[in-house]
Design a protein around this ligand. Structure first.
Ligand code: BGC
Length: 752
C-alpha cells in the first residue's frame, strides 16, 4: 500500500468516511483503492470477539478468560503478564483480529470505581510496568493493542459526561504517568481516548491531551481511536488529533467533516493526518498477519499459573494454611461452586471452560460442602445457614468462599459502599462462633471492608482470578503452590478513609480531584493513617531475609545510573517467590511530596535455603516530581532514602543517596513574591537585608527598640509579606513601588 499515493487518490468524501468504523468492530474498506477493512475486538484479559450474525449481538466466541488486571498486577510478574499478552496475540491472529482493545492503565482513585477490576493499580509505576509487559507480549505476535482509557477515566458514574477538575501536577504525576511510560516504552499501536472531560474539554476533542502531550511531548506515532461513542464534535476531534471514531457513525459525522473542509473551517491537511494514521494501522495489520493456531488447554494452564501468582495471602495466623490434607475440612459458600472470576461489561469473556474449587477437590472425601448463601439476592437463607453451621461444627477447619456477586460491581456503574453482601457477613459471624479455624477466600474486583478480619485466621485474596481460579485456589490452600502475590492497592479499614471519599463521584456533572497527588498509599502514609492491608503486602508459606544492600554511589548526578543490590534468601522450608519493592523517599522537598514512592520491583523465585543477588538500576527520573513551574518532571537536589521492602509497610533495608540537579528551577520574582521567597535563595537573603536596612529594618535582629520575642515575630511577619506590601508598611518615603520593582528586576536578572 503506497499511502502517499492513496491519499492523493481519495476523494474528500472517502477520506471523511474512513474516519469512523464500518460497524461496531470493523474499519471501513475502500475497494476501488484496495484498502481492506480490519477488525478490532475487546480484551483485555481474554478475546471477546463477537460471533458474526449471532441472534444475540453480544455473543462472543469461546475463548480463555485470564485473571483480570486487578489480580494480574498483584503478581508483579512482568514475564508472565508478557506470556499472557503473547497468548492473546496468538488467539487474535488465529481469529483474524488486528487490534485487541486494552490494556487499561487508569489509576484506581477510589475503591468504588465499578471498573477497577480492569485496571492495575493505585500506583502509576506498577500500572505502567504491567501495561508495558501486556502490550509487548501481544504486539510481539503482530497484533495491535489499544491502551485505554486516555485519560483519567476513574469512575463509571456519569462516565460519558463527567467533568473532572484536575490540577496540572496531579494530572501528570498520577493520572498520565502510567500512560506516558507505557507509550514511550511499549509503543502501543493505538491509544483509546476516554469518555470524560478533563478541565472542561472532552478527551475526544482535547488537543492538549491528544496532540500536545501524547504526540509532541511523548512521541506517540500510532493511531488514536475514540472510546465507543465518545465523540461529541467530530470536526473538533479531527483538529485535536482523534483519528478514528468507533463504532460507525452511520455516515452522520462524515457530512460534518466534508462540510467543514468545504467551508474552510477544517484544513484538509488536518483531515489527511488522521486518514494517514488509519491507513498506516491498516497497512501494519495486513503486513503482520500470519497463520497461527492456538491451544486452548495450554492457555487454560497459563490462566491457572497467572491466578496462582496473583493470589495474595493477606493473613495466616497460627499457620492455618496450608491445610492439612488429612483434616476434616468444610468448604462453605456459593463461590466454591460458582467462583466469580471476571467482571461485567465489555471485557466479559465467553470462557471455553471454568474450574471451581469444588470441581478441583472432587473425590476428596475429607471435604464437605455447604452453599451457605445465595448469589442472586442479598438475603440470608436460614436453611442454608443452618446447614453451613452444622458442617462447620463437624470440621477441623472451614474455608469460606466469599466475595462480591456480579451485580455488585461492573463497567457502567460504581459501587456505593465497600461491603460484602450482608448475608455473607452474617454467615461468617455465625461460623466464627462454632469453629476457630477459619480461612476466607475472597473473589472481588476491588477492596472490600473486612469486619471479620480479627475473627478468622486466614484470608486469601483471589480477586477475579480467571477461568482456572478454582484449581488455583485448591493448590494454594493445600500448599501444592506457595502464594506470592502482593497487593497492588491499599485495603483501607473503611471507605471513609479513602482520600477521594469527599469528592467521589462528584456533584452533578463535576468531580474535583481535591486530594491531588495523594492517592492510595501516598495519602495513607502522609496522614499516618492505619490501613487494613498496606500496598505491596502479601504473605508466603516461607520466609525471606534481605541482606547486604549496596548502593553504587552516594552522590548522583543528572546523567548517572545508580545500582542498588541486595541479597534475598529463602530462609524457610518451602520454595517460594518474593517481590522485592524499591521505594524512594525524599528527606526534604520544596513542594509537598508523598512520604515515599515505588520506583522499582523484582520478583524472585527461590528454592528453600536458596539466595540470589538482585540488582536495580535507577536514573534521575526515580527522584522526580512534576513541577508546574517548568511543566515537566524535575528532580530536586537533596538527600533521598532508598528502601528495599517486602511491602510498603515492611521496610527491610535502606540507604541514603544525594542527588545533584545540574540547575535549580527557574525563579521568577514579582511584587507578589514574599520576603521569605527572596530570603530562601542564596544571595537573595543578602539583597533583602540590604534593601530592608535602607528602610530602617534590621534583619539581623539588633533593634534596640524591640525585645527578643518582638523581633522574632516582626521578622516572621516580614518574611511572610509580599514585596508590594512592604512598600505600604514602610515608614519611609524612600521605599516606593518603583524602587521595589527595580529590586524585583535585579533579582530576576540574577536568578530568573
Ligand atoms: C468501553 C471500552 C471498550 C468499548 C468497546 C466501551 O464502552 O469503555 O473499554 O473497549 O466499549 O466495547
Amino acid at each position: 500500500m503506497d499511502i502517499d499515493a492513496i491519499l492523493k487518490e481519495l476523494t474528500l468524501e472517502e477520506k471523511a468516511s474512513l474516519c469512523s468504523g464500518e460497524d461496531f468492530w470493523h474499519t471501513k474498506a475502500i475497494e476501488r483503492l484496495g484498502i481492506p477493512s480490519i477488525m478490532v475486538s475487546d480484551g483485555p484479559h481474554g478475546l471477546r470477539k463477537n460471533v458474526e450474525n449471532a441472534e444475540n449481538p453480544n455473543t462472543a466466541i469461546k475463548a480463555v478468560c485470564f485473571p483480570s488486571a486487578c489480580a494480574l498486577a498483584c503478581s508483579f510478574d512482568r514475564e508472565l503478564v508478557g506470556e499472557m499478552g503473547k497468548a492473546l496475540g496468538e488467539q487474535c491472529q488465529a481469529e483474524e483480529v488486528s487490534v485487541i482493545l486494552g490494556p487499561g492503565c487508569n489509576i484506581k482513585r477510589s475503591p468504588l470505581c465499578g471498573r477497577n477490576f480492569e485496571y492495575f493499580s493505585e500506583d502509576p509505576y506498577l500500572a505502567s510496568q504491567m501495561a508495558i509487559a501486556h502490550i509487548k507480549g501481544v504486539q510481539s505476535k503482530g497484533v495491535g493493542t489499544s491502551l485505554k482509557h486516555f485519560a483519567a477515566n476513574n469512575q463509571e458514574s456519569r462516565r460519558m459526561s463527567i467533568e473532572e477538575i484536575i490540577d496540572e501536577r496531579t494530572l501528570h504525576e498520577i493520572y498520565l504517568a502510567a500512560f506516558e511510560q507505557t507509550i514511550k516504552q511499549a509503543k502501543p499501536w493505538t491509544v483509546m481516548c476516554s469518555y470524560n472531560k478533563i478541565n472542561g474539554v472532552y478527551s475526544s476533542q482535547n488537543k492538549h491531551l491528544l496532540t500536545d502531550i501524547l504526540r509532541s511531548d511523548w512521541g506517540f506515532e500510532g493511531l488514536v481511536v475514540s472510546d465507543w461513542g465518545a465523540v461529541d464534535d467530530r470536526v473538533k476531534g479531527i483538529k485535536a488529533g482523534l483519528d478514528l471514531e468507533m463504532p460507525s457513525s452511520m455516515g452522520k459525522n462524515d457530512k460534518y467533516i466534508v462540510k467543514a473542509v468545504n467551508s474552510g473551517e477544517l484544513d484538509e491537511n488536518e483531515l489527511d493526518k488522521c486518514v494517514r494514521k488509519i491507513l498506516e494501522l491498516i497497512q501494519k495489520s495486513v503486513q503482520s498477519k500470519t497463520e497461527m493456531t492456538w491451544n486452548k488447554e495450554r492457555h487454560h494452564a497459563l490462566a491457572e499459573k497467572l491466578s496462582l501468582r496473583s493470589a495474595v495471602l493477606l493473613k495466616n495466623d497460627d499457620k492455618l494454611l496450608p491445610l492439612d490434607k488429612s483434616a476434616k475440612i468444610a468448604f462453605i459458600g456459593a463461590f466454591a461452586e460458582q467462583p466469580r472470576y471476571q467482571g461485567g461489561g465489555s471485557s466479559h469473556i465467553n470462557s471455553f471452560k471454568t474450574v471451581s474449587a469444588l470441581e478441583a477437590v472432587e473425590g476428596n472425601e475429607n471435604i464437605t460442602y455447604a452453599r451457605g448463601f445465595n448469589l442472586e439476592k442479598d438475603e440470608s437463607d436460614l436453611v442454608l445457614e443452618e446447614e453451613a453451621v452444622k458442617a462447620a461444627k463437624n470440621a477441623d477447619c472451614v474455608v469460606i468462599f466469599a466475595g462480591l456477586p456480579e451485580s455488585f460491581e461492573s463497567e457502567g456503574y460504581d459501587r456505593t459502599h465497600m461491603c460484602l453482601p450482608s448475608c455473607q457477613l452474617e454467615l461468617i459471624d455465625k461460623l466464627c462462633e462454632v469453629n476457630e479455624n477459619i480461612a476466607v477466600v475472597l473473589h472481588n474486583g476491588s477492596p472490600v471492608e473486612l469486619p471479620f478480619d480479627d475473627k478468622v485466621k486466614a484470608i486469601l485474596e483471589m480477586y477475579l482470578g480467571g477461568q482456572a481460579v478454582g484449581s488455583a485456589e485448591v493448590k494454594l490452600l493445600f500448599g501444592e503452590e506457595n502464594p506470592s502475590g502482593k497487593l497492588a492497592e491499599t485495603f483501607p479499614e473503611k471507605l471513609e478513609d479513602n482520600p477521594s471519599y469527599l469528592n467521589f463521584p462528584g456533584d452533578d456533572n463535576t468531580v474535583r480531584y481535591a486530594e491531588g497527588i495523594f492517592v492510595g498509599y501516598r495519602y495513607y502514609e502522609k496522614k499516618k493513617m492505619a490501613v487494613r492491608y498496606a500496598f505491596g503486602h502479601g504473605l508466603s508459606y516461607t520466609d525471606f531475609e534481605y541482606s547486604d544492600m549496596k548502593v553504587s554511589d552516594y552522590e548522583i548526578g543528572e546523567t548517572d545510573t545508580v545500582t542498588v543490590q541486595v541479597t534475598v534468601t529463602n530462609t524457610g522450608s518451602r520454595d517460594g517467590a518474593e517481590v522485592v519493592q524499591l521505594y524512594i523517599a525524599p528527606k526534604q522537598a520544596s513542594v509537598m511530596r508523598p512520604i515515599k514512592e515505588l520506583k522499582g520491583f523484582e520478583r524472585v523465585y527461590l528454592k528453600a535455603g536458596e539466595s540470589r543477588r538482585i540488582v536495580f538500576r535507577l536514573d534521575k527520573s526515580a527522584f522526580a516530581y512534576y513541577s508546574e513551574k517548568i511543566h515537566d518532571f524535575y528532580s530536586e537536589s537533596g538527600e533521598y532514602t532508598i528502601s528495599l521492602s517486602s511491602s510498603s509497610a515492611d521496610e527491610r533495608l535502606s540507604a541514603d543517596v544525594h542527588f545533584n540537579a545540574s540547575k535549580p528551577l527557574p525563579i521568577r520574582f514579582t511584587l507578589d513574591s514574599l520576603g521569605g521567597d527572596v530570603q530562601a535563595i542564596p544571595e537573595g537573603k543578602a539583597m533583602l537585608e540590604e534593601l530592608l536596612k535602607s528602610i530602617g529594618v534590621n534583619m539581623t535582629g539588633n533593634d534596640e527598640r524591640l525585645d527578643g520575642d518582638e523581633i522574632e515575630i516582626a521578622l516572621k511577619m516580614l518574611l511572610d509579606m509580599p514585596l508590594h506590601t512592604m512598600v505600604s508598611f514602610s515608614k519611609t518615603k524612600e521605599i516606593t513601588r518603583e524602587k521595589m520593582q527595580q529590586f524585583v528586576d535585579k533579582l530576576n536578572e540574577k536568578f530568573g
